[in-house]
Design a binder for this molecule. Structure first.
Ligand SMILES: Nc1ncnc2c1ncn2[C@@H]1O[C@H](COP(=O)(O)OP(=O)(O)O)[C@@H](O)[C@H]1O
Ligand SMILES: [Mg+2]
Length: 223
């Protein structure tokens, strides 16, 4: 059964009298336990598509379903807080907080982790993605780019949701760091049964994923 499904999503920008279509009748479904990538040239609509399934923006026509319920019915804010996790390219961490504090901040806004458990869960998540206890207590501004991106993933996991969305998560990393992040995404899909959906420029990331879709002229094509 699919966890996220889109039905004929259409998105366009008004350009004078013209409607410039970014997504055309995009219908696709995503399942738990799989690592998906979405590729396409710059400007092909990858971020736009991710914004729709993340509930950050709303399509002009069509629906996004989560476990067969329209995310508008779930409520977009509730959906974003409790049903999905997002990893951004520039990680969006708070530089003057430690790694552990960055993860804890996210737990404050989700309803999925009991307050009493939060600290232990935060250190466990950081340990899971390879951040030692010692590094977990350092300011993120003192850590490397690769470590920061792993902390961003740990923070995304703090909502304990079944869906991980990421927009160019390895865009600023070298090949070695990119490989580490790919391994984490594979593990989250295959061992933790999450649906992992990653928008990427990287052929390497696409090759390591289970299913790749390409956005071209507004259409989403299975590769
Ligand atoms: N606010 C906007 N107004 C008009 N066009 C936009 C706006 N935001 C993005 N676009 C255009 O929509 C297209 C898709 O953008 P985007 O989803 O960011 O692509 P990608 O992430 O694949 O690079 C691009 O051509 C971009 O210039
Ligand atoms: Mg983009």
């Amino acid at each position: 059964m699919s966890i996220i499904e889109t039905k004929k999503l259409n998105y366009y920008y008004q350009d004078g009298d013209m409607q410039r279509y970014i997504l055309r009748d995009v219908s696709v479904s995503f399942e738990k336990g799989r690592f998906y990538t979405i590729v396409g040239e710059s400007g092909s609509g990858k971020t736009t598509f991710l914004s729709m399934i993340a509930g950050l923006d709303v399509a002009k026509e069509g629906q996004v379903l989560f476990e067969s319920t329209d995310i508008q019915t779930i409520g977009l804010e509730n959906y974003r807080r409790n049903k999905i996790s997002i990893v951004f390219q520039n990680n969006n961490l708070v530089p003057y907080l430690t790694a552990a504090e960055n993860v804890l901040v996210t737990m404050d806004i989700t309803d999925n982790v009991l307050p009493a458990d939060q600290k232990a869960v935060a250190y466990n998540l950081l340990d899971y993605i390879g951040i030692t206890r010692e590094k977990a207590d350092r300011l993120v501004s003192e850590l490397s780019g690769g470590e920061q991106q792993r902390i961003a993933i740990a923070r995304a996991l703090a909502t304990n949701s079944d869906v991980i969305l990421a927009d160019e998560p390895t865009g600023n990393l070298d090949e070695e760091r990119e490989r580490e992040i790919i391994e984490i995404f594979k593990r989250l899909a295959h061992e933790n049964d999450k649906a992992v959906i990653v928008v990427t420029h990287s052929q390497e990331v696409a090759e390591k994923s289970d299913v790749t879709y390409r956005l071209k002229k507004g259409n989403l094509i299975n590769e």
